[in-house]
Design a protein around this ligand. Sequence first.
Ligand code: PAF
Length: 277
Amino acid sequence: MQVVRNLKELRARLGGESQICCVPTMGNIHDGHLSLVKIGKERAPLVVTTIFVNRLQFGQGEDFEKYPRTFEDDCEKLKALGNDIVFCPDETQMYPEPQTFFIDPPKIANRLEGRFRPGHFRGVCTVVTKLFNAVQPQMAVFGKKDYQQLAIIRELTAQLSFPIEIIPAETVRADDGLALSSRNRYLSESERAEAPRLRQAMLQIEEAIRGGDRKYVAMEYLAGSLLARHGWNVDYVVIRAQKGLARPSLDEKKLVVLGAAKLGATRLIDNLEINID
Ligand code: PAF
């Protein structure tokens, strides 16, 4: 596995390659990321995993400084899986001068995550555009765990006419249902034991919907209150249409429950797609 730290070297290495799959990450590689790389390996002869903790997508008071950086360990895991290239630029490569041009996403980026993390998706879209430009892949894999991010990146790719196929990957979970995330490591023992409740609240919503209930606002409220009673600080638990993440009509068949809530200082997000036949 080759480790490439600068753009010039990357371009020289990738010139002439025609089937590249890019897996953008911020490192601290866990089984969730590895599942993206596995998909990449099935789809393309050359997988480039990028590792870059992108300052632009962190708001004030967020965890940019303490975001886990575990580069040696990450490389071992990626190498064991047959990942071909790790592109790990530092800030002087990605932002040689302060970034003053940005990719400004549309309204969808101001809702849900965007409401609680203003500017987050602008930072994500800007860095993903730069990474796409650096790697020039034919395809890229993004996890469904960051559901809104995936929706926005799909739209970005379509609207900016990037000739890149965006491949969605299912969320990888621990045995008790908790979605794998680099931020899980911030949880204390008791918070970790409590953490699967976010998913459980979503599964209860699914059960109600499959049982014919369509009182979405009431279901959202109940899920939020259940979490709050168990000590969560809830940003949102909402039911949306999968396409566009708007409030669903009563006959919408493709729904997604999206949630974000804090346990202590750790903010967790998750989602659950519900396809009604
Ligand atoms: O999902 C992530 O890890 C990040 O948002 C991404 C897509 C690598 C951009 O920094």
